[in-house]
Design a protein around this ligand. Structure first.
Ligand code: ADP
Length: 602
């Protein structure tokens, strides 16, 4: 029992069934109505051949028993037409119902997946292709369309049809009922077995490669700037070509398997047909069936055949839908990792003190912890510069304050409140972040800036942009604040993007400010404007600046020099620069030399 349970839990069909069931049960009324009407439509379809047989029997009696026979024929004909009307009418109701049913589910599934994806950890996002994730969500959304149609319209009616046809025949000729019942079960088992055991594993693999092709293309296209700068076009052609080749091989295997199983199914259907016709003829031969009976059996058989004909297709549709859904279900199964604790309260910042208290932190996949027994306190309103070689732990330090990762031991406290115990939303809304490479949405500049404070008016946005020294360049754009950024809009220079990010930070008006300086040097005009805005922004806020260019840090209250996850030097610029052979001294000297060389080169 346990093994069956675990099989069901881990098996794609099990996972998909539970997933679909969860969604179906949100619309119980509509589902019940559809099932009842589908039942009525299929039963009407199944019973109709009985009346076809009766009409033929009546026809044979036209010569001997004219009037009565004609009347019988007329009644049977009317019943047949009535059954047809029931079948068509009921199906119409089901088809109408399924439109709403499916359209209620599709956005729901996409919304829930998007909800989950957004809350997954930074680590997960760093390790997933955005393109693949988008495809997984949209594919799963569309797979529901196919899945509902297959299960409710196709599969359900097939089962009802086959059971009722077998029972109906059984009542008249048990042997025929047995042949149809057993035959259809064998046929469905053969088709389903081939689809699931033979085609599915291949399809799963080719699907994975399908996703990979999308991911690789998206990655390469979005990194086009890097490709260009390293003249890597040929390398990328080759790389994408290799992936396409692999995709081709996997997909070919799947398609060939489809082909072979289709051939086997056609053969099986012919055997089934021979068995039914043979049995019916034998019954006629031995006088157990007349012309009307044969008509009934034949018509019913053609109906059964019609229902069975596309069973392979349906099982494959089902399989495909299940596979496509599985990728999304797996996303739902990924632990959020950084999650709000039950009953987490909102962070209240009154002073803006940040304290690391004996913090132990290790990145997953790293052999050793980055921070060990790490303690430091940033006083309220203090301006602290973080310096050190690349990889020394500066960015991680600020990521931990934002709780983008959970620490392994110790605590990070803001005004005495543990960041792990407060809601992430309240924590992050109290921290304004100006990242190294500001990321802007493909939306208008006004929307991009106001992202920092939902509900901000255009006046608020303009005021923030003015403080960030961004107003003038925005005003000069053809559509001002309504200019679209990115692909369809304008391209902003590095310095302009920085100022948009600063405007966001002004608007966020958070008590804690984290600035990750751009590594690339900006022209002196931009540098000056940014510096001025940063000075303004730091007023009255606890500020952490990850300094790459050491131009900002001279005016800082304190500098923390990081090396391999430890603070190795601490003090003001003046104090640190005076330590001979100190790390800061070395960094400063080198930058000063580079700067001088740069100026000389100009
Ligand atoms: P800095 O900002 O000083 O350049 P980081 O904080 O980015 O340094 O990195 C510190 C160390 O942590 C480096 O060894 C880096 O490789 C590692 N690291 C950073 N991010 C991750 C991550 N997401 N997963 C694993 N290791 C990481």
């Amino acid at each position: 029992m346990t093994s069956w349970n675990s099989f069901w839990r881990e098996n794609a069909f099990g996972k998909a069934s539970r997933f679909v069931y969860e969604h179906w049960r949100r619309q119980p009324g509509r589902l019940t109505v559809m099932i009842l009407f589908m039942l009525a439509a299929t039963l009407a379809d199944t019973v109709a051949p009985l009346y076809a047989g009766r009409i033929v029997n009546a026809l044979t009696e036209f010569g001997t028993n004219g009037d009565v026979a004609r009347q019988h024929a007329l009644v049977d004909f009317s019943i047949m037409m009535g059954l047809g009307a029931v079948m068509i009418g009921a199906r119409f109701v089901v088809f109408s119902g399924i439109v709403t049913f499916t359209l209620n589910m599709m956005p729901e599934v996409a919304r829930e997946a998007f909800h989950k994806v957004q809350r997954l950890s930074s680590d997960w996002h760093a390790n997933s292709f955005a393109g693949s994730t988008v495809r997984k969500i949209t594919r799963a959304m569309w797979s529901l369309d196919g899945l509902n149609d297959t299960l409710i319209l196709a599969m359900f009616s097939k089962v009802v049809m086959l059971v009722s046809a077998s029972v109906l025949l059984w009542v008249y000729w048990p042997v025929l009922g047995l042949v149809v019942g057993v035959g259809s079960v064998l046929y469905v088992a053969l088709v389903a077995g081939m689809s699931l055991g033979y085609i599915a594993p291949a399809a799963q693999l080719s699907n994975a490669w399908d996703t990979r092709v999308g991911g690789v293309l998206a990655d390469s296209v979005s990194c086009n700037a890097v490709v260009k700068s390293f003249a890597g076009e040929h390398r990328e052609d080759g790389f994408v070509g290799k992936v396409m080749n692999k995709w081709r091989r996997r997909t070919e295997r799947t398609w060939r398997r489809f082909n072979l199983s289709f051939f086997i199914q056609m053969t099986a259907m012919w055997v089934f047909r021979a068995a039914i016709l043979g049995t019916a003829l034998m019954l006629a031969w031995t006088g157990q069936a007349n012309a009307g009976d044969l008509t009934f059996v034949l018509t019913l058989f053609f109906l059964v055949q019609g229902y069975l004909q596309d069973v392979g297709q349906q099982v494959r549709n089902l399989q495909r839908a299940v596979n496509e859904m599985e990728e999304l279900i797996d996303i739902h199964a990924v632990p959020v990792e950084v999650d709000d604790r039950p009953g987490a309260k909102a962070l209240k910042v009154s002073q803006g003190e940040i304290a690391f208290d004996h913090v132990l932190f290790q990145y997953k996949g790293k052999a050793t912890p980055l921070f060990k027994d790490f303690s430091v306190t940033i006083k309220p309103g203090e301006r602290v510069g973080l310096v050190g070689h690349s990889g020394s732990g500066k960015s991680t330090f600020v990521k931990l304050i934002q709780r983008l990762y959970d620490i392994n031991d110790g605590g990070i406290l803001i005004d005495g409140q543990n960041v792990a115990a407060v809601t992430q939303e309240s924590l992050r809304s109290q921290i304004a972040l100006v990242p190294q490479e500001p990321i802007l949405f493909h939306r208008t500049l006004a929307e991009n800036i106001s992202y920092a404070r939902p509900g901000a008016t255009l006046e608020d946005v303009i005021a923030a942009a003015k403080l960030a020294n961004a107003h003038d360049f925005i005003e000069d754009l053809p559509k001002g604040y309504m200019t679209l950024v990115g692909e369809r809009g304008i391209k902003l220079s590095g310095g302009e993007r920085q100022r948009v990010a600063l405007a966001r930070a002004f608007l966020a008006d958070a008590p804690i400010l984290i600035l990750d300086e751009a590594t690339s040097s900006l022209d002196s005009q931009s540098e000056h404007l940014i510096q001025q805005a940063v000075e303004r922004l730091m007023q009255g806020r606890t500020t952490l600046v990850v300094a790459h260019r050491l131009s900002t840090v001279k005016s800082m209250d304190r500098l923390l020099v990081f090396a391999k996850g430890e603070i190795v030097e601490e003090g003001t610029h003046q104090q640190l620069v005076g330590i001979p052979n100190g790390i800061y001294h070395g960094l400063y000297e080198r930058q000063a030399m580079e700067l001088a060389a740069g100026i000389a080169a100009e």
